[in-house]
Design a protein around this ligand. Sequence first.
Ligand SMILES: [Zn+2]
Length: 225
Amino acid sequence: MKTKIIRPSDRYWAGKRFQNLLGYFELDPSGLYLSSDISEEHRLPIVEAFSTLPPQLIELSCGYELTLNVSPFGNTFSENVCTIYADWDARDRKAVSPHVEVGRSAFGTDLKPYLVHEISHLWWRSRPSEARELYRQFLLETTADTDREVTHYAHRKFEHYLSNLIGAPRSFALRNAREIWMEESFCETVAKLAVPDYKSDEDWTATIDLARRQGSIDQATKLKL
Ligand SMILES: [Zn+2]
């Protein structure tokens, strides 16, 4: 079995807090590098979910040699259900060295869309800047202030952006809030399109046009869903 050892120098950005991003990873037949301490009970649903992701997301993950581990806790060390870590500013794929941490609370019906969401960050960040800009323009033109985002989580990011728009126009905080909203909105929309039941237990009715977003995700970022 092909293994890789990730040392502190390979992910200098992991720091002391994220030691679980280091160590031994074994290449699973699915194409994921799984942490050697992953239990069979966790490995099976992860591999099953990953193997049915949109093919371009699988291909991208394999191209980047994505590693994955399961957190010993309900949430990840970043206090989310799942988290993707990487050196996003690195020049080549090897140095980007992305890693997905799956919290124990992720296991259940939404495991697959959680993985879609995290790997969509990799899709977003690896697109040419013109592609991201096209999608940003699309979001600005098609999302009204009164709209309800695709999920409650995406909506909270949208509201934060709107509050900055009023409180701090033209500031760094506004640009930052806008970028966070757009990227999280992108990932939540891809997850919802890949798995329509995603977060269906949430008491939430979105008003954004999902089909139109699907068209723009395809056109601007070339992701087929
Ligand atoms: Zn996210």
